[in-house]
Design a protein around this ligand. Structure first.
Ligand code: SF4
Length: 694
């Protein structure tokens, strides 16, 4: 029995793990956090939580956390602990030296989807106003950038259309490439509740996720598609809707571009898009697909929820637009119970995109080409802004290898572990002259850094996160930063040392600037958030109460846009050497690369990543359950234990990627989404063979 004592006071704040954005009461004794209690008035969770938010916060006080700045002139030198002043002055002088020698565009920054909106806003401001270029990118590049592109193109807003409450009015739920009970557990529970009440479920996923069959819930249809064939399957669903006369013509005529719709309808009606034509190469039985399409189109209010199984493909943006087409064609938009809803992975991936983290967009998804938008920020920031888009993360690394990109400021992101083609990432970092990592722990990227600036946890700062339903939640300081500064303060100090002044005394002032420059945030203030608890953007004079459901009276872009979604097979092909397809996902107790959760008691629940393999494929290779196996791809190899299961189909293997030893990204390819460069993590041709272990 552990004596935890009685809390003396509590602070309401927001979970820093997934995009559900649960509210918690952090119960304190002095400056010691006693426990996290799910907050019953939290609009996203209503008193519920999962094992991550509730128990996995001990990393904040973990002994491996770095609390003092460190520098070194070469990455082969040992680290030297220095004062904050020395670390900041060293960084500023290195960045100035690099820009003097190699030009203004030779440096850049990466924002974090784990940090607050205010911190992200400051990093992109530092890059644009301080560095004088648009070389800013975000870790959303490797997860939901196709959502931004696809939904922005179709509807005019790069965000999910509904609030979580909307699911209570849903009759048909289609889950595509997501595993809500593990990845977004609190919303997954709400989904299950609605399914137990009688809503019908369609699952489109290569793997038999829990939702397919769990106590009191059974999917009406599971379409176990071959990884990489999303576009073909979603377009075939559209084929059935169009050719069987299931289009909501009144909705399309009123809300969408009719000429574009007609072109699209003729395109999807082609026989090559029929369920029968695609059955063999997608692995989805035609009759099952037809039945699923009819249910989606005729079963009442139908909502689509999707995840990284949609976006992390060479056709990620195309699939998002194919999904957007389905909802428009059936009129499933603009009211409760329907919609298109990306389940965001990280706590603030929505916010990091909203805040202008992409090299072509200023806050509020406005292109840097747009003179009027630049003028707003030029007035506010007192500088002339670059009008050409900057470099994306992979382009920064390419330019580093070519010798033209020399300095990088990375806030809260481990690109060596998270980004594809690890060898390319490390080659780029090795070619730079000053890499600055601001993080909690010495992560893999820090191995290539010259400066380490200790970052702060969500418990040590004020700010806001924006969840998957566009809900802006307050993050409140629970304890003083053990490293000395919140992340936004570090960026501000660095900017001042570089000669671009920032003088914020509290994140509320940063939010005031965001509101002044960004129409969707115009009426957002900390006072309002404290009073109401949270608000969903857009929140402005047109929507003073915020916007739980988008596109009620019309799309943000005017008429909804139908896009022709031609299926183009990935270049990653199976063959004699690599006959299996690897896809990846998450487990409930762990989070992403595990940097936080592995440093908490949650590590007891998932000590290693396993390779799920179908019994036939295991038998063919002489592999027994629990055996070590070698997993090889064209890019590299790794070793892990086998888990024999028919959750995966023959020809498909699956693993989680929470432990560094798994090195999943050593074996993934460098193929990426055609529109956004989002890596194709979900399709890798591999071979599996017995091994004696690592
Ligand atoms: Fe945190 Fe997501 Fe779990 Fe909620 S569901 S407690 S936001 S990890």
């Amino acid at each position: 029995v552990i004596e935890i004592g009685q809390p003396e006071h509590s602070v309401v704040t927001t979970c820093a793990y997934c995009g559900v954005g649960c509210s918690f009461k952090a119960e304190m004794r002095g400056t010691e956090l006693v426990r996290m209690v799910p907050y019953k008035d939290g609009a996203a969770n209503r008193g519920h939580s999962c094992v991550k938010g509730r128990f996995a916060w001990g990393y904040a006080t973990h002994r491996e956390r770095i609390l003092k700045p460190m520098i070194r002139s070469k990455i082969t030198d040992p680290w030297r602990e220095v004062s904050w002043e020395e670390a900041i002055n060293y960084t500023a002088s290195e960045f100035k030296r690099i820009q003097d020698k190699y030009g203004r565009a030779s440096v850049g920054g990466i924002t974090s989807s784990r940090c607050t909106n205010e911190e992200t806003y400051l990093v992109q401001k530092l890059v644009r106003a301080g560095f004088g270029n648009n070389n800013v990118d975000t870790c959303a590049r490797v997860c939901h950038s196709p959502t931004g592109y696809g939904l922005g193109t179709a509807y005019g807003t790069s965000a999910g259309t509904q609030d979580f409450d909307s699911v209570e009015d849903t009759d048909v739920v289609m889950v595509i490439g997501a595993n809500p009970t593990d990845g977004h557990p609190v919303f997954g529970s709400r989904l299950k509740k609605r399914l137990r009440q009688g809503a019908k479920l369609i699952v489109v996923d290569p793997r038999r996720i829990d939702l397919v069959k769990t106590p009191h819930v059974e999917a009406a249809h599971h379409l176990p598609l071959r990884p990489g064939t999303n576009v073909a399957v979603v377009t075939a669903i559209a084929h059935v809707i169009v050719t069987e006369g299931l289009v909501n013509e009144a909705f399309v005529r009123e809300r969408c571009d009719w000429d574009e719709f007609q072109d699209w309808a003729a395109f999807v009606a082609e026989e090559r898009h029929s369920p029968e034509a695609i059955a063999e190469y997608t692995g989805v039985p035609a009759a099952e697909l037809r039945a699923a399409a009819r249910l989606y189109a005729t079963g009442g209010n139908a909502a689509i929820y999707y995840g990284l199984g949609v976006t992390e493909h060479s056709q990620g943006s195309t699939t998002v637009m194919a999904i957007a087409n389905l909802a428009m064609a059936t009129g499933n938009l603009g009211r409760r119970g329907v919609g298109v809803n990306p389940l965001r992975g990280q706590n603030n991936v929505q916010g990091s995109c909203d805040m202008g983290s992409f090299p072509h967009e200023l806050p509020g998804y406005r292109h840097v080409h747009d003179d009027a938008t630049r003028a707003i920020f030029e007035d506010m920031w007192g500088v002339t802004l670059e009008r050409e888009p900057g470099l994306r993360i992979p382009n920064m690394l390419d330019a580093a290898v070519d010798g033209t990109f020399k300095g990088l400021y990375v806030q809260g992101e481990d690109i060596v572990q998270s980004d594809p083609d690890t060898h390319h990432v490390t080659a780029g970092l090795e070619a730079m002259e000053c890499v600055v990592v601001q993080d909690l722990f010495l992560n893999e990227t820090a191995n290539y850094a010259h400066v380490f600036l200790p970052g702060s946890t969500f418990l040590e700062k004020d700010g806001t996160f924006t969840n998957a339903e566009r809900r802006i939640n307050r993050v409140r300081r629970v304890m003083p930063p053990r490293n000395g500064y919140a992340d936004w303060e570090i960026t501000q100090i660095l900017s001042n040392a570089l000669g671009y002044p920032m003088t914020y005394s509290h994140p509320a002032e940063i939010m005031a600037e965001i509101a002044a420059t960004t129409p969707g945030f115009r009426n957002v203030t900390y006072e309002m958030l404290d009073e109401r608890g949270s608000v969903q953007w857009p929140c402005n004079d047109d929507a003073p109460e915020g916007t739980p459901i988008m596109h009620i009276n019309g799309f943000a872009r005017g008429k909804g846009k139908f896009v022709l979604t031609e299926y183009i097979p990935t270049d990653e092909r199976t063959g004699a050497r690599f006959p299996l397809l690897l896809t990846t996902g998450r487990i409930l107790s762990q989070y992403n690369v595990g940097a936080q959760t592995r440093r908490t008691a949650n590590s007891e629940w998932h000590k290693e990543d396993r390779l799920e393999i179908h019994p036939h494929d295991a038998e063919n290779r002489g592999v027994r359950d629990g055996d070590w196996v070698k997993l090889q791809s064209r890019a590299g190899e790794t070793t892990l234990r086998a888990l024999i299961t028919d959750r995966v189909s023959p020809g498909v293997v699956y693993t989680t990627f929470h432990h560094p030893m798994t090195q999943a990204n050593v074996i993934t390819t460098d193929y990426s989404d055609w529109a956004t460069n989002c890596p194709e993590y979900k399709v890798t041709a591999v071979q599996v063979s017995p091994s004696n272990g690592p």
